[in-house]
Design a protein around this ligand. Structure first.
Ligand SMILES: *Cc1c(COP(=O)(O)O)cnc(C)c1O
Length: 384
């Protein structure tokens, strides 16, 4: 086995494209020099289509959770009522952040593995008129569900004046997002998922409505005060030292997006989802989510006749393939395959074929090649 060859198939961090790696190796530049202004100036317009917005996309040095926390501190204040839609571990994180800041938090729980139904949110908002913000997760990474945020945005705006805030960390750059058209007020992502970068940057786009709320709010945070980032970004600058190397990498990521085309990027992710799902269906190993609720970026598998962690151990030890386990109550019940960012249909074929081999090693005798073949057929038929 090659000592330095690894296969990283978790839903973030994800592999870095070689050209992005090289871009990040550039010598350091002064964070107030003209070079950094030029860099931010070239990045700004190219980020907008990833979010589907005409707003400038703010960048903060910090992991995705810094982005989630900044939204809570900037848009609501202690005692305000908010609704958090919880479809898994990351919805739960929004609840924890809100509670930390003494926000009156309504929690709308959906069974893990299912997507939220917009009608349910409509009913909830009809009965609760004081809600100032609704928080949702676009792709719930812990279950591989893609929530219908476009439809939820619609009911939120029909039923209330609440802001609609979406955590898009594990799918932006891999699925279509039309923040402005759909009516998302704040859309957040992070660098280490579909954006193909190391962890360390969080991104936020904010609607005009949300800015009005933020401007009149107290904002009990120094580093995470979003108005500081907006003001500086208008002049192609940042309020604090930016993560310069990550910005070098980001510029190259956006060039790769441009070269492939964002539509093609999204189509590739859908194809990888379909290939993965068809493979496990053919192998007779159950998927956690329905086809309708499935995310193009991550797939959760819920076997009934073998231990997913035993499989993961063999994958890791004998094939250097890293997959993800379950979180919270799904620990030991599922395993998850990330297929986002720097990942191609060829990578999916390799992953499925390695998994078939590892299944044999743990005594789960599937017909070798049958899952791979299903994935190949899906690939050749164009993905559906
Ligand atoms: C990864 C992730 C985050 C952010 O996690 P960090 O570890 O702080 O980067 C937030 N939301 C979702 C849905 C995620 O997948």
């Amino acid at each position: 086995m090659l000592p330095d060859q690894t296969f990283l198939r978790i839903p973030g961090p994800t592999p870095i494209p070689p050209s992005v790696q090289r871009a990040m190796n550039q010598p350091m530049i002064g964070h107030r020099d003209q070079e950094i202004k030029d860099l931010l100036h070239s990045i700004k317009p190219k980020l907008k289509p990833v979010f589907g917005t005409s707003q400038d996309v703010l960048m903060i040095a910090g992991s995705g959770t810094a982005g989630l926390e900044s939204v809570v501190t900037n848009t609501v204040r202690p005692g305000d009522e908010v609704l958090v839609i919880v479809t898994g571990a990351f919805g739960d994180r929004f609840v924890q952040i809100c509670q930390e800041y003494r926000i009156a938090t309504h929690r709308f729980d959906v069974e893990w593995g299912e997507a939220v139904k917009p009608e349910a949110i409509e009913d909830y908002l009809k009965q609760h008129h004081e809600i100032k913000a609704v928080f949702a997760t676009f792709c719930e990474t812990s279950t591989g569900v893609l929530n219908p945020v476009q439809e939820i945005a619609q009911v939120v705006h029909q039923q209330s004046d609440a802001l609609f805030i979406v955590d898009g960390v594990s799918c932006l750059g891999g699925v279509e997002a039309k923040m402005d058209d759909w009516g998302i007020d704040i859309l957040i992502t992070g660098s280490q998922k579909a954006l193909m970068l190391p962890a360390g940057l969080t991104f936020l786009a904010v609607s005009d409505r949300a800015w009005q709320v933020i401007e009149t709010n107290e904002r009990p945070s120094f580093y995470l005060d979003l108005t500081k980032y907006r003001k500086q970004l208008e002049n192609d600058s940042t309020p604090f030292t930016p993560a310069v190397s990550l910005l070098f990498g980001l510029k190259q990521v956006l060039e790769l997006f441009e070269e492939e085309g964002l539509d093609a990027v999204c189509a590739r992710h859908k194809l990888m989802m379909n290939m993965t799902r068809e493979a496990f269906k053919t192998l007779g190993i159950p998927l956690l989510t329905s086809d309708q609720a499935a995310s193009p970026t991550v797939t959760a598998i819920k076997p009934h006749d073998f231990d997913p962690d035993a499989l993961r151990n063999v994958l890791k030890k004998e094939f250097k393939l890293t997959t993800a386990g379950g979180q919270q109550h799904l620990k030991g019940q599922i395993f998850r395959i990330g297929h986002m960012g720097y990942c191609s249909p060829a990578d999916v074929l390799q992953t499925i074929s390695i998994i078939e081999g590892a299944l044999h090693k743990i005594g789960k005798h599937v017909e070798l090649g049958s899952g791979t073949r299903a994935a190949q057929e899906t690939m050749l038929s164009g993905g559906s």
